[in-house]
Ligand binder design. Structure first.
Ligand code: ADP
Ligand code: MG
Length: 309
């Protein structure tokens, strides 16, 4: 059985693509899993760039969606890590991205891969809703600030409405500054489990520039350890960091707690409607409701919380 895991966020720029590239690398290299990373962020596709694929590729997800190529011709192997990648085109013009076609691509990938990680566009637009409709479970990424968390709540709401499992939330770029929202504030508002806390790491921009995921470039950094621990959790295997700093910290009982609890919340399908009809209905409903009512309710809830501090 293959698992299709979507990496999502409400706000852009919080670290989704970085997480997809690094989780893909960790699952492929450290856990020897049969994984492919897929870029479904058609309008602003960056996953190929994170993995050093700079040229405009002749065959991408676009050609597969447009039925000009089979999925095998659009799959690339990252030389340093062996990650399999299905990139999106750098130019989104003329891409026939609809749910049936994308589901078809994912079904083909399921024949060859056990884990399919999908880098999904941020926000609540058409691309996001289509991609969210084809995943089995979602991981929500946020940074520890009010705008990102506010928008993460909307993404969580979208997944709930689509009756998707939510594996949990990943808090990225934590600097331990006083002004940041605390982990407790984030999880209690999000009402889902905390999967990982990834610290701010200056080497991440360098790793992107080099096209080599951090988990390979700086294997024992705190951020790499957090990502590998998360990768282990996703496949029910443990990961024990090995770096010098971690060993010293462990000796003195100062190691970071990377093992946050994971317990999956399952949202059962309520109706027997054909999935496609169901999604069409939900699209309208979600967009209408989220746009007006939820936006204000969520902000109010967080503001109240901030005022109490
Ligand atoms: P998204 O895919 O959500 O838009 P990206 O993965 O492209 O976000 O990350 C946005 C920027 O944040 C990148 O330039 C990257 O260098 C930086 N970044 C992401 N995670 C971290 C981190 N843990 N520490 C430092 N910089 C980070
Ligand atoms: Mg991205």
């Amino acid at each position: 059985m293959s698992r299709v895991i979507g990496i999502l966020s409400g706000k852009g720029g919080v670290g989704k693509t970085t997480l997809v590239a690094n989780l893909g690398a960790a699952l492929t290299n450290d856990f020897k899993k049969n994984v492919i990373v897929v870029d479904s962020n058609i309008k602003t596709s960056h996953l190929g760039l994170h993995l050093g694929l700079y040229e405009d590729l002749p065959v991408t997800l676009k050609e597969v969606l447009n039925k000009k190529s089979s999925v095998n011709y659009a799959t690339y192997i990252h030389p340093q890590t062996g990650i399999r990648l299905l990139p999106a085109p750098l130019n989104s013009k003329d891409v026939n991205f609809d749910q049936e076609r994308f589901q078809n691509v994912i079904n083909q990938l399921k024949r060859n891969y056990n884990i399919i990680l999908v880098d999904i566009a941020p926000g609540l637009g058409r691309e996001t809703i289509i991609s969210s409709s084809i995943i089995d479970e979602g991981i929500i990424v946020t940074t520890p600030d009010l705008p990102a968390v506010t928008d993460a709540l909307k993404t969580i709401d979208l997944l709930k409405r689509l009756r998707k499992d939510i594996a949990g939330i990943v808090v990225n770029r934590k600097k331990n500054e006083k002004y940041e929202l605390t982990i407790e504030e984030i999880t209690s508002n999000a009402e889902c489990d905390l999967l990982a806390v990834i610290p701010e790491d200056k080497k991440i921009p360098e790793s992107i520039a080099k096209g080599i995921p951090l988990v390979l470039m700086d294997k024992n950094s705190s951020a790499s350890s957090a990502i590998k621990t998360l990768a282990g959790k996703l496949v029910n295997e443990s990961y024990e960091p090995t770096g010098f700093v971690y060993s010293i910290k462990k000796l003195f009982g100062l190691e970071d707690n990377l093992n946050y609890q994971v317990s999956k919340k399952t949202f059962k399908k309520e109706s027997n409607l054909e999935e496609k009809e169901d999604v069409e209905k939900l699209k309208e409903e979600v967009l209408r409701e989220i746009k007006d009512e939820l936006k204000y309710a969520v902000k109010k809830k967080l503001r109240e919380k901030m005022e109490k501090r």
